[in-house]
Design a protein around this ligand. Structure first.
Ligand code: FDA
Length: 302
């Protein structure tokens, strides 16, 4: 119930205005967002690298209002890859297709994505296409497939809560497309998604067991110690080397666990969001853990 309300509010303009003006919410958001400028994200990536973690940078923004905004996002990502290269960071980029004009037309979005992927490839880097709500799943997968046919420097995300995901995992893995497996952060109807946490978790483990032996370098993105334990156990049992896949977690969440995995010899990448458009991202993080909301509420009424 709280989760559904928070995810619904993430699209609400009045809630956005309220949260953006609320200093306590803004300071809580800073726990999950590196800052508003690219320099903040690069500094966070450098600190992560120094601690042995890889990074992926996400310039926050989704459902842009115009084609000009989408073109500006493309130019910005081209520049991000240059800065990563110049500063010799172990970092790649994660982005959302609705920031690159998917709401206008798939062809337009593809046209903007291709130079980003080619630029990443030329610099020996990589672009991860985040997965958004189910209205975009099919189009995102089609674009990821088309781009993957033209470059190995692109991969996407599969959400374990969707019924369709096993089929998508098999099809994308078969063409060598790198997948980040996550549970899924949006509100989806029971006709297409598992609702119970235990069913999402069971599907997560099932998909992880398809991904790991596939021979493609995939990512296991979760903060759930049970998913991590299941992954480690499966990899050990099937002699899958620690450098044949990576774990991923979000900036500001379970840093203790991130460092523990590094100490245990695993690869770990931290997802570092930055930019001014942090409201929907922040609301999804609150929805995942209502205790974060209680923290804000307690301080608000104090
Ligand atoms: P779960 O939600 O069961 O949480 C397990 C434990 O993790 C909790 O008990 C708590 O300790 C901790 N935790 C989780 N979330 C927390 C939070 N917000 N604050 C504090 N503690 C928290 N989703 C999507 O739909 N599309 C995408 O492209 C991506 N991309 C992505 C990249 C990366 C690197 C990660 C780690 C996650 C995503 N996600 C995503 C989000 C994902 O789908 C999911 O919503 C969150 O990771 C939470 O699920 P967990 O697997 O962590 O488990």
């Amino acid at each position: 119930m709280i989760r559904a309300t928070l995810i619904a509010l993430s699209q609400n303009r009045a809630a956005k205005r309220f949260v953006l003006c609320n200093s306590l919410a803004r300071s809580t958001a800073r726990r999950f967002v590196a800052g508003e400028e690219l320099g903040d994200a690069l500094a966070a990536a450098r600190a992560s690298n120094e601690a042995g973690l890889k990074a992926t940078l996400d310039f926050l923004g989704e459902n842009v209002a115009s084609r000009d905004d989408a073109q500006r996002a493309r130019d910005m990502y081209l520049g991000v890859f240059d800065r990563i290269a110049r500063e010799k960071l172990d970092a790649n980029v994660s982005l959302k297709l609705t920031q690159l004009g998917l709401d206008f037309a798939s062809d337009f979005c593809l046209e903007l994505m291709l130079p980003i992927v080619k630029h990443a490839e030329a610099l020996g880097n990589f672009v991860r296409i985040d997965m958004e709500g189910s209205a975009y799943t099919q189009r995102t997968i089609e674009i990821a497939r088309t781009l993957r046919e033209q470059s190995p420097a692109v991969g996407t995300v599969i959400q374990a809560y969707l019924h369709r995901s096993e089929q998508d995992v098999r099809a994308l893995s078969a063409i060598g497309c790198r997948i980040r497996l996550c549970k899924g952060a949006y509100l989806e109807p029971p006709e297409i998604a598992f609702v119970e946490k235990k069913d999402v978790d069971a599907n997560y483990v099932k998909l992880m067991q398809i991904l790991l032996p596939s021979g493609v370098y995939h990512a296991i993105a979760t903060h759930d110690p049970r998913m991590i334990a299941a992954t480690r156990e499966f990899a050990e049992k099937h002699s899958i080397a620690k450098n044949n896949f990576e774990f991923q977690m979000l900036y500001g969440i379970r840093p203790d666990l991130q460092r523990q995995l590094i100490r245990d010899g695993y690869r770990m990448r931290v997802y570092i969001p930055y930019g001014r458009d942090w409201f929907p991202y922040f609301m999804r993080r609150l929805a995942e853990r209502p205790a974060n909301l209680m923290f804000i509420a307690r301080n608000f009424f104090r």
